[in-house]
Design a binder for this molecule. Structure first.
Ligand code: ADP
Ligand code: MG
Length: 240
């Protein structure tokens, strides 16, 4: 589903991704972990071409992402993304937030988009918030709306960039539960998170990245019990 082959990326002189090789299969849940500034967000953003790579090959769902012929809007329909800060439109209701892209990008009728939006709102557990504005919701609820908004496009892949790190502790669980359910349904997911409980429960693999390089690509049990890489060990000793 996702394949990085010798991918490099520079920001000016700064080598942010250094020879990334990574394959993610359909239905896999991959957790990316690593120190702040190591390139996790950049890696994720390359997958839906919010960032372009400088060198190498990146294929997503059979599409060579950086090919100039790629229709970027068409391509992005298949890749949903959830950010740390939910990025909801403040002047639109929850329902309108979720309906927007299906109407604009998928050309769905308002009626159909509304039905889909309600379906996903039920799924993330807050159908009663349909007509509320984002500011009337807790952080955890806003993030669940953001997930519903992503799912309403029926993507094949969902990317999550630290989806719980801006939340108060008591709200982290409700967002992780939605993500766990999604994982169990077979969604292909790439998740940047330091939530070890989530990683242990649903991740098929853990990718540890430091200074733009993948230093470990292993299963969660092995990673948390005995990481092979010295920097991974040091990192874990600091966050656990
Ligand atoms: P992480 O998500 O692991 O914290 P990022 O991928 O956000 O790391 O950033 C990796 C490095 O690249 C950081 O040092 C950051 O300052 C730098 N960086 C990120 N985005 C840009 C940009 N648009 N221009 C220049 N440098 C950037
Ligand atoms: Mg980041």
């Amino acid at each position: 589903m996702i394949k990085f082959e010798n991918v490099h990326k520079h920001y000016g002189d700064f080598h942010v991704l250094n020879d990334i090789n990574l394959e993610i299969n359909k239905g896999e849940v991959v957790v990316i972990i690593g120190p702040s500034g190591s390139g996790k967000s950049t890696l994720l953003r390359c997958i839906n071409r919010l960032e372009t790579i400088s060198e190498g090959l990146l294929e997503v769902n059979g599409v060579v992402v950086n090919d100039k012929k790629v229709n970027i809007n068409e391509f992005r329909k298949n890749v949903g993304m959830v950010f740390q800060h939910f990025n909801l439109y403040p002047n639109k209701t929850v329902l309108e937030n979720i309906m927007l892209a299906p109407v604009k990008v998928l050309n769905k009728s308002k009626e159909e988009a509304k039905k889909t939006a309600m379906y996903y709102l039920e799924k993330v557990g807050i159908p009663e918030k349909a007509n509320s504005y984002p500011s009337q919701l807790s952080g955890g609820q806003q993030q669940r709306v953001a997930i519903a908004r992503g799912l309403a496009m029926s993507p094949e892949i969902m990317l999550f960039d630290e989806p719980t790190s801006a939340l108060d502790p008591e709200m982290i669980g409700e967002v992780l539960d939605v993500m766990k359910a999604l994982a169990r349904e077979g969604m292909t997911m790439v998740v940047v998170t330091h939530e070890m409980g989530f990683a242990r429960e649903v991740a098929d693999r853990i990718i540890f990245i430091d200074k733009g390089q993948i230093l470990e690509d292993t299963d969660p049990t092995e990673f948390y019990n005995e990481p092979k890489d010295e920097r991974a060990r040091l990192f874990l000793s600091r966050i656990l």
